[in-house]
Design a protein around this ligand. Structure first.
Ligand code: SAM
Ligand code: SF4
Ligand code: F3S
Length: 442
């Protein structure tokens, strides 16, 4: 009888990619995926350490598993991801219910570790940084993702050490996968039916392998006929190189939404954060991209109330938001992360922090709402991803990643269709498909 694994994923898209690849791997030793917690033999929690009480959330989650299995055979419990990396064997000491702690660059060892545990019943911890070994192993295991829109990790880790961020500690130094290995994986995804690929990395535009850069990868993947759209995330302003900017002038498949985290609109705060870019660089990138393609829109990440942020610094962030009119951005109050340089700095008063966040979010949401409103009564291109639970309604995304709900047919899944937008709210566009396929009669 096959064994079952339940995987719960927190955090960024890279964790989502990793969870899928972990499943492809454990599938080789007989695990099948389950969505029913009570019937699982193995519970894997893929964790994120970026903000808030990440560690406590993990123990809380394990506490719930304990309760669920109180009168049953305990599942094999694995903690993976960035909290696992940061806490390593401390987790086994604090919570004996956990059997294996495995860091994000050690997933190539997961099958051996599971078998070792099942054989010897010995608790294990594996948190070496070895991205090269990880991808060397994973390239031999087919990426089975067949979702219309799928992720493909091309780069891991970060060497930038922004003072607020745990990523260089949890994901290790920057590593770029070999060019051909990525192209082969993209071709495999296309064979599975994937139509949109999002290239991933903590610093995706720092990708460099031999002489290949991100721009080369985009142009190579674009040659795969079945792939209709290409995106990449998350990039850093310092690595927005000439060739990458120019690719927006030649690529037919690269989407016009540029997600480029700025964090703050104040040069003083950017310096305190050790961001290694100034606001003038950022605006120049924006203007150059817009002059290459006026359809380009920006989204971003903001950290509000970073230690040292004064009213005038906050105002500079607010002005930047008003000028660039970002769409779909993320904004968070600074959260001190253990082990980072900013962890010991004096925090800004809670009330002020919340008031600033509220002001920023109100402005960002206003842009989102007015962008969506401006599309009403217009026709837009939508990549159809799947059917929703509501019969005859389908889900897809615009070129700018906005969710679209519309009438279509099963045959349209995987196609780019024309949708006339009738209605909208902050997060979603609603419309009707103008060129839907004929419904096949069974
Ligand atoms: N590499 C990307 C960059 O350079 O902007 C960001 C990657 S990070 C996983 C995603 C986002 O989390 C960051 O852009 C930042 O806004 C947010 N973040 C990271 N550390 C944070 C902290 N300590 N407090 C609040 N937000 C944080
Ligand atoms: Fe974190 Fe991004 Fe800074 Fe790297 S560049 S330390 S991932 S915020
Ligand atoms: Fe979180 Fe690690 Fe991603 S800390 S955001 S899961 S790189």
């Amino acid at each position: 009888m096959s064994k079952k694994i339940f995987i719960k994923t927190f955090g960024c898209q890279m964790n989502e990619y990793d969870s899928n690849r972990i499943f492809d791997t454990v599938n080789k030793i007989g695990f099948e995926k389950t969505e029913i917690l009570e019937e699982t033999d193995c519970y894997l929690l893929n964790t994120c350490h970026i903000r808030d009480k990440a560690k406590e959330k993990v123990y809380h989650d394990i506490g719930r598993i304990k309760k669920t299995f109180k009168n049953k055979q305990k599942p094999f419990v694995i903690v993976a991801g960035c909290v696992a990396q940061a806490e390593n064997d401390e987790m086994l000491k604090r919570e004996p219910y956990i059997d294996l702690v495995i860091g994000p660059q050690a997933y190539h060892k997961i099958n051996d570790k599971i078998e070792e545990f099942l054989d010897k019943q010995k608790k294990l911890e594996e948190t070496d940084f070895d991205a090269e070994a990880k991808f060397n192993y994973l390239k031999k295991i087919q990426n089975k993702s067949s979702k219309v829109s799928s992720f493909l990790t091309i780069q891991e880790g970060c060497d930038k050490f922004c003072h607020f961020c745990v990523v260089p500690y949890t994901r290790g130094p920057e590593y770029s996968r070999p060019f051909q290995e990525i192209v082969n994986e993209a071709k495999g995804l296309a064979d599975n039916g994937v139509k949109e690929i999002t290239l991933l990395g903590q610093n995706v535009n720092a990708y460099k392998n031999q002489n290949f850069k991100l721009s080369d990868l985009i142009l190579e993947i674009e040659k795969i006929q079945e792939i209709k759209r290409i995106r990449y995330t998350t990039s850093h302003p310092r690595d927005m190189s000439e060739d990458l900017i120019n690719v927006y002038g030649v690529s037919k498949k690269l989407m016009p939404l540029v997600h480029l985290p700025v964090q703050s609109g104040s040069n003083k705060v950017l310096k305190l954060m050790n961001r290694k870019h100034v606001i003038e660089d950022y605006i120049e990138i924006y203007e150059r991209l817009r002059s290459i393609n006026p359809k380009i829109e920006f989204s971003s990440d903001f950290i509000i109330a970073y230690p040292g942020e004064e009213e005038e610094d906050f105002n500079a962030t607010f002005e930047l938001i008003k000028n660039i009119r970002f769409i779909n951005s993320f904004s968070f109050i600074f959260s001190p992360r253990p082990g980072t340089i900013a962890s010991n700095l004096k925090l800004i008063d809670k009330e002020i922090s919340h008031a600033r966040l509220e002001k920023v979010q109100k402005q960002l949401f206003e842009h989102q709402i007015s962008m969506n409103k401006s599309l009403e009564n217009n026709e837009i291109d939508v990549l159809v991803e799947n059917k929703t639970n509501e019969s005859s309604k389908f889900f897809g995304r615009s070129e700018y990643m906005t969710s679209v709900i519309f009438d279509a047919n099963d045959q349209d899944v995987g196609n780019i269709v024309k949708v006339k937008i009738n209605n909208s709210n902050q997060n979603t566009l609603f419309g009707e498909c103008l060129n839907k396929s004929k419904q096949r009669v069974a």
